[in-house]
Design a protein. Structure first.
Length: 157
């Protein structure tokens, strides 16, 4: 495919093209507002625009095609974004559910640990007045020694 370019060197022509571009852009904005915001009928718009802006049917069809294409493209993009966000919401809800379950398990374990700690503290408090295991073992040894000594005295006499 061959592309043909034209170079315009006349500064006045460039000004004319800039004004023409601004004019057509204004018509595009009016068309967008009338058709897509207000929802006016296309056939009535065409005849109205041809008279109001003094453009040809070809210009109007070009503007209509361009603006409608942009609107369609934006709508499809928004639908895609909505679906993507719905998927993200579902994933986030699943993550929240998992974390809630994990949190409830941790809560149960935490209460069990606290309960165990209180039981241990109560046991320590109740056994504070009682002798320690070493003391008990020492007293048992002493008793055994005393019994052994008494038994040996009996055997000697």
């Amino acid at each position: 495919m061959i592309t043909i370019e034209t170079e315009i060197r006349d500064p006045n022509a460039i000004l004319v093209f800039k004004k023409l571009n601004a004019f057509l852009s204004e018509i595009e904005r009016h068309y967008f507002h009338d058709r897509h915001i207000l929802g006016k009928d296309l056939s009535k718009l065409k005849s109205d625009y041809l008279k109001r802006f003094l453009i040809t049917g070809r210009h109007f069809n070009s503007i209509r095609s361009q603006v409608d294409g942009l609107v369609t493209s934006k709508n499809k993009l928004l639908e895609s974004q909505i679906e993507s966000l719905k998927d993200r919401i579902k994933k986030t809800e699943k993550t929240i559910d998992k974390k809630k379950k994990r949190n409830s398990k941790i809560s149960k374990i935490s209460t069990a640990i606290k309960s165990h700690k209180t039981k241990v503290e109560k046991w320590k408090q109740s056994n504070k007045s009682k002798r320690k295991p070493r003391q008990i073992l020492n007293s048992i040894r002493k008793c055994k020694i005393n019994l052994a000594v008494q038994n040996s005295k009996k055997n000697c006499t």
